[in-house]
Design a protein. Structure first.
Length: 319
């Protein structure tokens, strides 16, 4: 995987100024500054995992690559119509960032959907989240964030039953590859959010991803992509898994460090397990419940660390 809450809301007012790469975003007192970005990330996670569960039910109709194609195309159309991003006035570096972001987004989606076509949804997300966890350790300069990442990692492996040897190795490889692309997505989503106003960069990157994936989807699904029911379901997946979560996460990353955002992504296996239970009928064991408790504890710790840093910075900025 806002009032900021949606592209339409953002597009109805003049674009807010965005900081240059590497510049810090000014903090303002109050809970909204600390908790607002966290709420956006959590809402995006819930949306994307329930969208993923819906996508699993669509795969018999269009195949994994066909579902990804429908998702990216529908999301690109919606975002382009709502945001109407400018094509002029951007530097070569801006366009380079958007193109790489789009490639990363397409690869992340394609690899993940190939994974869930072979292994259970919760397990695929469990493996995929290793990418953001690795990023959190590499990007953080504080030992405490590394501790939260290790706790979340323990929960991830517990959720996987302590090992993944009985799974389809190709599915596991796809999930791990999706995790690597997820880490890259976090980095380039943050850079895109700083270079483009509101969700304009996201809309352009989604169009890049859709164009790159279209030949793959046609090759696998063919005319099945034109079935009205398939289009309707694919559009629903696009809204839940792309438009809402990517917009929320892009806007959250403007005010949330990449390391903290990455640790919050450790909640994804828990959300995926819940979506799998409600939509796909996948039940949870006591071991899996314990794993969910670990990743939630790690996420709460990461949030508290971020809030503490924000409060500590306020007096200094007021001097």
């Amino acid at each position: 995987m806002s009032t900021v809450n949606s592209p339409s809301a953002a597009n109805s007012t003049p674009p807010a100024p965005t900081p240059s790469p590497g510049a810090s975003v000014p903090r303002t007192p109050g809970r909204f500054t600390s908790l607002g970005p966290v709420g956006l990330v959590l809402a995006g996670g819930i949306s994307v995992q329930f969208g993923g569960a819906l996508a699993v039910t669509l795969m018999p109709r269009a195949g994994a690559l066909g579902v990804v194609t429908l998702r990216l195309l529908a999301a690109a159309v919606v975002l382009l119509l709502v945001c109407r991003p400018r094509l002029r006035g951007h530097s070569r570096a801006d366009w380079g960032t958007v193109i790489v972001f789009g490639i990363t987004m397409g690869a992340m989606n394609g690899l993940f959907y190939e994974a869930v076509d072979r292994i259970p949804l919760g397990t695929a997300v469990t493996l995929e989240v290793l990418g953001p966890l690795a990023l959190s350790v590499l990007a953080s300069r504080r030992a405490l964030n590394a501790l939260w990442a290790c706790l979340a990692l323990a929960g991830v492996f517990l959720l996987g039953g302590g090992g993944f040897g009985d799974l389809d190795p190709i599915g596991v490889a796809f999930a791990l590859g999706a995790g690597a692309m997820w880490a890259a997505y976090i980095v380039f989503s943050s850079r895109t959010g700083r270079r483009f106003p509101q969700a304009d960069g996201l809309a352009l990157a989604m169009a890049v991803a859709a164009l790159l994936f279209l030949p793959l989807g046609i090759a696998e699904a063919g005319t099945r992509l034109l079935d009205p029911t398939t289009i309707a379901l694919g559009s629903s997946v696009a809204l839940l898994s792309s438009v809402l979560p990517y917009t929320l996460e892009l806007l959250a990353l403007r005010r949330l460090p990449a390391s903290t955002f990455a640790i919050l992504m450790s909640l994804e296996p828990a959300i995926a397990a819940t979506a799998g239970f409600l939509i796909l009928g996948q039940s949870l064991s006591l071991t899996e419940a314990a794993a969910i408790a670990l990743v939630i504890a790690a996420s709460i710790g990461a949030v508290r660390t971020q809030i503490g840093r924000g409060k500590a910075a306020l007096p200094a900025e007021g001097q």
